[in-house]
Structure formats: C-alpha cells, structure tokens
Design a protein around this ligand. Structure first.
Ligand code: HEC
Length: 110
C-alpha cells in the first residue's frame, strides 16, 4: 500500500471540472455558506475554501471527479459508507439535487 501511495503521489492529478452552470451556483452557495435553516455546515470550514482540505485531517476534494464525489456523498447519506460520523450527519441532510450541485462545484474547485 505504501509503495502504491508513493507512486500515485508522483503522478499529476487529472482534475475534474464543473459542467452544469446553474447547478454550480447552488453548489457554491452550500459549499461556502452551508444551509443555515437545516444546520448543514459550510463544506469550506473543513475542506477549505479552495477544496485543498487540511492534510491528515480533512481530505482534499477540490478537482475531484463529480461522479466520485456524488457517489461518496450518497454513500455517506445512505449509510453505505460509515467510516466518518461527521460526513454521515452532513450528507443525511442533503437531497439528490444538492449532492449533484455540490459534486459539480467541487469538481471545478482549484
Ligand atoms: C466537520 C468537518 C467537515 C465538514 C463541514 C464537511 N466535511 Fe466532508 N469530510 C470530512 C472528513 C473528516 C472526511 C473524510 C472521512 C473519511 O475519513 O473517510 C470527509 C470526506 C468527504 C468526501 C469524501 C472524500 C473522498 O475522497 O472520499 C466528500 C466528497 C466530502 N467530504 C464532501 C463534503 C461536502 C460537499 C461538504 C459540505 C456539504 C462537506 N464535505 C463538509 C469532514 C467534513
């Protein structure tokens, strides 16, 4: 695993990009400001404003492929991925449209 990690780290990441302009605005709003009336925190608070995260604490999600990010958020929400309580609780409050919007926004973050 260590060798594979070193090898992967040496590769330049092929980042994703946002595709849906209308959705991106909704994604940006939630990413930066959360959804106050449903106690959804701003994603930027942990994953940082540019999506770089905080190494060893919060993962980088900026530039992540939208399909992957949406799949992970859905898996957290549906209890399929249960390795992190914070993310499970956050994703539990997101609907499909918000997940899609966030995933698309994150893909274009640098
Ligand atoms: C309180 C801090 C916190 C907030 C706020 C937060 N996250 Fe996370 N997020 C985490 C942590 C910690 C993980 C890593 C969980 C793990 O160990 O697998 C994570 C993982 C993820 C992943 C999976 C990354 C991967 O590589 O599999 C995605 C996607 C994600 N978060 C999106 C979001 C979005 C979108 C929001 C805003 C709605 C958000 N997060 C808000 C802490 C947070």
């Amino acid at each position: 695993m260590r060798n594979i990690s070193f090898w992967l780290e040496s590769k330049a990441a092929k980042t994703g990009f946002a595709k849906d302009r209308e959705n991106v605005a909704l994604g940006e709003r939630i990413y930066r400001g959360g959804i106050a009336d449903r106690q959804v925190p701003a994603c930027a608070g942990c994953h940082s404003p540019n999506g770089a995260g905080i190494p060893a604490q919060y993962p980088r999600i900026g530039g992540q492929h939208a399909e992957y990010a949406a799949a992970q958020l859905t898996a957290f929400r549906d209890g399929v991925r249960k390795n992190n309580l914070q993310m499970s609780q956050i994703a539990a409050k997101l609907n499909d449209r918000e997940i899609k919007a966030l995933a698309d926004y994150v893909a274009g973050l640098r």
